[in-house]
Write a protein that binds this ligand. Structure first.
Ligand code: LLP
Length: 420
């Protein structure tokens, strides 16, 4: 169920009309629905609670998808943990009220400082991606007088059949430990004095609409767990990563969380392993939109352009991955329908939010770029000295600013000109 719906022809977030948000807070604005965010997490919690293998499971929201404190805090209040990839994200989740014992630390390039920060916070687990990283963690943990809990992120070499930039589980990827090397590295981990083997981890890619590669990956991981058990190396949890896709386009079919998770949980039944999941996009993607205003219509020879006040710096996905986001008029317009490229003011040909969209619009109209809750604001930049958008969370009939719009002064506050 979508929490962004038309009421009397006007697009609403829950009970708040989007034109009222544009009026109060300006555009461009990211608008999120609290009910949509909570509903998405609840779907995971319900499926896990209903399955015996879901006992003790932990949903660690992948912070990178959208790291706003208000969103992290809502998830923390519902009992979620977090999957972080930097010391910055660790600081953020702690500021948002996270339980550090529910934090897993992913990523290929953890610095010694980040490791120390995470050890001091007493996080649940480090997901280790290379032999060198394992050695460094052992050393840092030794200096801190601690034992570092680890999973090895094993690369199962399965094809997630998604965009190459967001595929991670093939052997060509920079991620994870090669499947054939994992056993030897586990032996090494078990022998290191400041490392404690806690789990096993696997993440194969993002925006998967066909869940079968997850099953294929799990089967490979389970075979490895059997080898580990035979050698007396005990695994307590299995981290299945994130990656479950969302519907961006009407012709896409979004797998339910149950259809994704139940086949995995069935395979895990009776093994006594705690399940950890790292969903990002699925929890936030369809809970947010980017609200933007049409500045100008520019009819062209072969093309018509709708120039809007949001740009690639606000939502990078179309430029970076040729990602498709639905673009909806916020209120009905009487004019004729034309085909537009919806573009921003940034000086790049790649600065588009959508190409060849049939729209009946006029200058001054509002548009909603849908499914923008994941990897939207999180990947926004200040390119062209554009302050990042305001973020607003709607809760029923209330709209709360959860991040105010940046000011231009803030953008160069850290800069310094040379002495005369
Ligand atoms: N765990 C790990 C180790 C990851 O690398 C990722 C995403 C996730 C979990 C969460 O995956 P999700 O559930 O969101 O698919 N910027 C791209 C997506 C990059 C995904 C990176 N890793 C986009 O806008 O499509």
């Amino acid at each position: 169920m979508s929490h962004f719906t038309l009421k009397q022809g006007v697009l609403h977030a829950e009970s708040v009309a989007l034109p009222a948000i544009a009026e109060r807070f300006g555009t461009p604005a990211y608008v999120y629905s609290r009910a949509a965010l909570q509903g998405a997490l609840q779907e995971f919690l319900d499926v896990l609670a209903a399955h015996p293998a879901g006992d003790g499971a932990l949903v660690c929201y992948a912070v990178k998808a959208n790291s706003n404190l208000a969103i992290l805090n809502l998830f923390a209040r519902m009992g979620a943990g977090f999957d972080i990839v930097s010391g910055g994200e660790l600081q953020r989740v702690l500021a948002a009220g996270a339980d550090p014992r529910k934090v897993v630390f992913s990523g290929v390039g953890k610095t010694a400082n980040e490791m120390k920060q995470a050890l001091d916070a007493d996080i649940l687990c480090f997901n280790i991606e290379s032999p060198a990283e394992l050695e460094r963690l052992n050393e840092v943990a030794g200096q801190c007088g601690r034992q570092a809990p680890v999973s090895l992120r094993v690369n199962p070499n399965v094809d997630p059949k998604t965009h190459p930039y967001i595929s991670t589980g093939l052997k060509e990827a920079k991620f994870g430990v090669a499947y054939d090397d994992a056993l030897a590295l586990y032996r090494r981990a078990a022998a290191l004095p400041h490392i404690e083997v806690a789990g096993i981890d696997c993440h194969i890619g993002s925006q998967l609409l066909d869940p079968s590669p997850f099953v294929e990956a799990l089967d490979r991981i389970l075979a490895l767990i059997d080898q580990l058990t035979a050698e007396g190396i005990r695994i307590h949890h299995i981290d299945l990563g994130g990656g479950l896709g969302i519907k961006y386009k009407d012709d896409q079919v979004e797998p339910t969380v149950a259809s994704y998770l139940n086949p995995l949980l069935d395979r895990l039944a009776g093994r006594g392993l705690k399940v950890v999941l790292e969903p990002g996009r699925r929890l936030v993607g369809n809970a947010g939109l980017l609200l933007t205003r049409v500045e100008f219509l520019k009819p062209g020879e072969g093309k018509n352009f709708a120039i809007v006040d949001a740009a690639m710096n606000d939502l990078k996905r179309p430029a970076l991955y040729e990602a498709w986001h639905d673009i909806l008029p916020v209120a009905p317009h009487a004019g004729e329908t034309r085909v537009y490229d919806v573009v921003g003011p940034v000086c790049e040909t790649g600065d588009f939010l959508g190409l060849a969209r049939p729209l009946a619009i006029a200058a001054g109209d509002l548009l909603a770029v849908m499914s923008a809750g994941a990897y939207g604001m999180a990947m926004a930049s200040n390119y062209n000295t554009r302050p990042r958008a305001v973020e607003v969370m709607v809760d029923g009939a209330q709209a709360h600013v959860i991040r105010r719009r940046e000011t231009v002064d803030e953008l160069y506050a850290g800069e310094q000109i040379l002495p005369a």
